[in-house]
Design a binder for this molecule. Structure first.
Ligand code: GLC
Length: 536
């Protein structure tokens, strides 16, 4: 039997994103690490997780907290070493949990040896690993491209009198993917990790690798304000030439053959908010899957939820990765109310995602119903905190996991069971009720609601390949679909709603708002909530 005869491991799986710096600190230095993750494998197994996506752990000067890689085939000492990594992979595999790493191929750190060399001048053998251009006739940047983090996508290099390009910080110079040497370098990097036992990669900025060959300026939609909010700056342009170029696929096709040799999962950060755009990025012979980000940009409104789920599900199906939150956006319960309502909305959304085609992923702490941590302005560390007027940066969703209440043992303050020293990112204490310790094993806790959802999903028949039929009216507060023998209903409103099921249905999962009336087939959902049923 060949690999292609079996179902890929990720189909039907449930993922969990670990922001490694803030997950679990084993040596009390204030930073999460590999040994910390190892100590939580039983917790993750018990929760019902199938794979962990771990954010970058490579040596890095941390200008963008690890998304600025200075060496691709090693581990930053903050997190441990290669032996610790191997031990994690071994332990996770023994527990039936896969490990997905995060590859950052769009750019390196400016401290990577390739860039340090390239910077020496146009004759250097690494010069063409990056994108260098002469200034425009007026001495300014070569074109009007702007960085995702605001400001121009070009930085002037005094030594050579040329500009180099970066879609993110100036400390994150973009690689030149039209140089065949880069393709070869990354083949080796991927093989290095796949041979070590990594089960897949999330490709950072998957739409950004190739740039227009002629470096044409993007059409301007609204006048660009270089001082404005970073999102507004980026949206001032139609990104016709800088990102989502068709020839990215050639890279993914090449990688796909390497991944398929290892049965590994190749998926990307595919930050495009159009269902048809996502479908184009996933033609079938490149990335196995792509994250869908629209649900992180919606208001809690039934029409918006429908718009963000139904069309993309029909169009992209099994290749979608569904997520309500990540290390880049305010936590979903915060966006949806910053209270228990926001938490129930997030749970309902995750229930909706969980039985659709595709792979659901939750972000660490989502299973505890966490809202954003409170990071005082003077302690913010995200490089975009200042020009992200919309969200105030990404620190709030990156604060350490609250494993237990803070305690004071022998004069040591142990902060939320994370670390005996101040964690790398300082935030206000969490309430005891937010901690894993307070929630595990307690029937009415967020942890229990999520654990039950994940275990229900595991216990149901495999739905892979089955079509989705939407049974709601296409408007109003109820969203309802069936897929094979499984049905999912969510009530998005705070009002009571009545749903009539056929008598052969058995409710296999429900949130506390769901009550059956005496007649049996009438279900009342008295507020934002969800249930899952199984038909004979
Ligand atoms: C991705 C990451 C984000 C990072 C950026 C630059 O969007 O998710 O955290 O800042 O890439 O690498």
């Amino acid at each position: 039997m060949t690999l292609s005869d079996t179902k890929p491991w990720w189909q039907g799986s449930f993922g969990y994103q670990i922001y490694i710096r803030s997950f679990a600190d084993s040596n009390n230095d204030g930073y999460g690490d590999f040994q910390g993750i190892r100590s939580k494998i039983p917790y993750l197994k018990d929760l019902g997780i199938d794979f962990l996506w771990i954010t970058p752990f490579y040596p890095s000067p941390m200008a963008d907290w690890g998304y600025d890689v200075a060496e691709y085939c090693d581990i930053d000492s903050t997190f441990g070493n290669l032996d610790d990594f191997d031990a994690l992979v071994g332990q996770a595999h023994e527990s039936g949990i896969k490990i997905v790493a995060d590859l950052v191929p769009n750019h390196t750190s400016d401290q990577h040896k390739w860039f340090k060399e390239a910077r020496k001048g146009p004759e250097n053998e690494f010069r063409d690993y990056y994108i260098w251009k002469d200034p425009a006739p007026d001495g300014g940047p070569p074109n009007n491209w702007v960085a995702y983090f605001g400001g121009p996508a070009w930085t002037f290099d005094e030594t050579s009198g040329q500009y180099y390009m970066h879609l993110f910080l100036p400390e994150q110079p973009d690689l030149n993917w039209r140089n065949p040497k880069i393709l070869e370098e990354f083949d080796q990097i991927l093989r290095f990790w796949l041979e070590r036992g990594v089960d897949g990669f999330r490709i950072d900025v998957a739409g950004g690798l190739m740039k227009d060959e002629q470096f044409r300026s993007n059409p301007e939609i609204t006048p660009w304000d270089p001082e404005g909010d970073r999102w507004e700056q980026f949206e001032s342009f139609e990104h016709r030439y800088d990102i989502f170029q068709e020839d990215n696929h050639e890279i993914f096709r090449r990688w796909r053959s390497i991944f398929d040799e290892h049965g590994a999962y190749l998926h990307g950060e595919t930050y495009i908010l159009e269902p048809s755009g996502l479908a184009e990025l996933l033609p079938g012979d490149g990335l196995h899957g792509g994250f869908w980000f629209e649900p992180m940009h919606i208001e809690w409104d039934p029409d918006e939820i429908r718009r963000s789920v139904v069309e993309v599900s029909d169009l992209v199906g099994e290749s979608i990765l569904w997520a309500a939150g990540s290390h880049d956006m305010p936590r979903s319960p915060t966006r949806f109310g910053n209270d228990d309502t926001g938490r129930f909305r997030t749970l309902a959304l995750n229930t909706l995602f969980s039985f659709l085609p595709g792979v659901p992923v939750i972000y660490q702490g989502e299973e505890l119903g966490l809202i954003d941590g409170d990071v005082p302005e003077e302690h913010k560390l995200d490089p975009v905190a200042l020009n992200d007027k919309q969200f105030g940066g990404r620190d709030g969703c990156r604060t350490p996991m609250p494993w237990s209440s803070s305690s004071n043992e022998g004069g040591h303050l142990i902060i939320n069971g994370f670390s005996e020293v101040q964690p790398w990112l300082i935030s206000k204490q969490r309430d005891a009720s937010e901690t894993a310790e307070a929630q595990i094993g307690k029937p009415d806790s967020w942890h229990s609601y999520y654990k039950e959802l994940l275990h229900t999903r595991r216990s149901l028949p495999d739905l892979t390949g089955l079509e989705v039929t939407w049974l709601d009216s296409g408007q109003g507060p109820i969203l309802w679909y069936e897929r094979g023998p499984v049905g999912v209903v969510i009530n998005t409103s705070s009002e009571s709603e009545l749903v009539k099921l056929s008598l052969d249905s058995e409710i296999v999962y429900k949130t506390p708002q769901v009550e059956m009336t005496e007649i049996g087939e009438e279900i009342v959902i008295s507020g934002v909530g969800a249930f899952v049923y199984l038909r004979d």
